[in-house]
Design a protein around this ligand. Structure first.
Ligand SMILES: Cc1ncc(COP(=O)(O)O)c(C=O)c1O
Length: 466
């Protein structure tokens, strides 16, 4: 016999979203249409699975579970303990790690907090760190600061000295890094980035870290799906710690993971766990941990390797087509899921192309390219193939997407030659340009011919009326 639903102040707790809050429901529907009808090329994004979203939107959001499985500060965690242990096991399995050598904390709320918790675990305030500089494709949380301001907490609480890519080749200047490490004497060397289109030489980095007695950490946020599928080099072979987000190529919900070696330092496990909670975070987001567990199960499946291989094939197909047109790509191509496109030879800026792509319903982001004089006007854009690959696109589809991008460039050059370089004038002209309107229509027709992960029936997706 089922229990009757209340008809009092608790009534709202049983109403579906569309009834309880049509305003939010409408926004979700509009966003679903946006994702379905556009081309998502943001390299840090992906489209997660229906099962992950179900777990992430589940009743697990209700439970507090500060602490670790078997050692919680609250009662009632018998199932949450099972969940977190399952997630840990799956994380180690997805990356083919021996549980005697590696442990994992699955509680970080995001990649940034995973990184800061790692620093908290193994560094003292004002210890020295070296990460790939932001203009070279690194990430904010690896110590970014400008001449005027310490931007990231990782540069406020630690002394940071970036390494760079070689300005000619775009490849990491491992030699320069080694020399500077010898002078700067970092306690932690960080690998990984957000806009680096090539694989990493972990053996070389380990040599540098070892020469200084420094920890080696790899932040594989962008490439973790590719690492799990073994289509990129394996950082676990050389690193003390590996952090990642779970929502980029790994294709899970938005969160982070910290993997740590247990065999070299008996205290490492305790240091990492204590840094996540209570030092940096509070209660774990158990609904998210359930979503991560689901995504990690998928990542251990042979089909995931096919997906990861297709990402790289798609990147190469896109790079090939743009290269053929004579455009300048950082490092002349890509080994992973992303391409960094240097627009400076075309006398266009990343901001203009980002905005004009938005008008055409192609989503990408402006990005600094090595050698940019001002961070305010990035000279390039970053293209990622994760989301398009999850929608089922293959090499020939990448050629079509490249053709759309080539149209964007041609229209941008035409507008710029008419109205000059000022962004406001450029945008005003772009908004009423017939070529952009036609491109928008062509993009929409193409994009809506592919399924949208998580939505079983695309005919249920409604175009917003406004
Ligand atoms: C390399 C790298 N690390 C960390 C992060 C931060 O992740 P989050 O946005 O989940 O905090 C990102 C995000 O793009 C990233 O690219």
């Amino acid at each position: 016999m089922s229990v009757a639903l209340p008809n009092d102040y608790n009534k709202v707790l049983y109403q579906p979203l569309a009834e309880a809050d049509p305003e939010v429901q409408q926004i979700i529907e509009n966003e679903t249409w946006r994702q379905f009808s556009g081309l998502e090329l943001i390299a840090s994004e992906n489209l997660t699975s229906l099962a992950t979203m179900e777990a992430n939107g589940s009743i697990l959001t209700n439970k507090y579970s500060e602490g670790l499985p078997g050692a919680r500060y609250y009662g009632g965690n018998e199932y949450i303990d099972q969940l977190e242990r399952l997630c840990q096991e799956r994380a180690l399995k997805a990356f083919d790690l021996d549980p005697k050598i590696w442990g994992v904390n699955v509680q970080p709320y995001s990649g940034s907090t995973a990184n800061f918790a790692t620093f908290t675990a193994i560094l003292n305030p004002q210890d020295r760190i070296m990460g790939l500089g932001l203009p070279s494709g690194g990430h904010l949380t690896h110590g970014f600061y400008t001449a005027k301001k310490k931007i990231s907490a990782s540069s406020i609480y630690f002394q940071s000295f970036p390494y760079q890519v070689d300005l000619k080749t775009g490849i990491i200047d491992y030699e320069g890094l080694h020399k500077n490490a010898d002078l700067f004497k970092p306690r932690l060397l960080i690998t990984g980035g957000s806009a680096y289109p090539r694989d990493w030489d972990y053996a070389r980095l380990a040599e540098t870290a070892k020469s200084q007695g420094a920890y080696l950490m790899s932040d594989i946020a962008h490439i973790s799906g590719l690492v799990a599928a073994k289509v990129q080099s394996n950082p676990f072979e050389y690193c003390d710690i590996v952090t990642t987000t779970t929502h980029k190529t790994l294709r899970g919900p938005r969160a982070g993971l910290i993997f740590y070696r247990k065999d070299k330092d008996a205290e490492m496990e305790g240091k990492i766990n204590a840094a996540v909670f209570p030092a940096c975070q509070g209660g774990p987001h158990n609904n998210t941990i359930a979503g991560i567990a689901v995504a990690l199960k998928q990542a251990a499946d042979p089909a995931f390797k096919e997906y990861a291989t297709q990402i790289i094939n798609n990147s190469r197909a896109m790079a090939e087509k743009l290269h053929e047109k004579g455009y300048k790509l950082q490092t002349d191509g890509s080994d992973n899921h992303l391409i960094l496109w240097d627009l400076r030879p075309l006398a266009l800026t990343g901001s203009k192309i980002e905005k004009i792509c938005d008008l055409a319903h192609i989503t990408l982001n402006k990005n600094a390219v090595p050698g940019d004089l001002s961070a305010m006007t990035p000279g390039g854009v970053r293209l990622g193939m994760g989301a398009l690959t999850s929608r089922g696109m293959k090499e020939s589809d990448m050629h079509k997407v490249a053709e759309f991008l080539i149209r964007v460039i041609d229209i941008s050059l035409e507008i710029q030659s008419k109205v000059g370089k000022k962004l406001v004038d450029f945008l005003k002209a772009a908004e009423s340009h017939e070529g952009i309107k036609q491109l928008h229509a062509d993009v929409e027709k193409f994009a809506t011919s592919f399924p949208l992960p998580g939505v079983r029936d695309t005919s249920s997706i409604k175009k917003p009326s406004a």
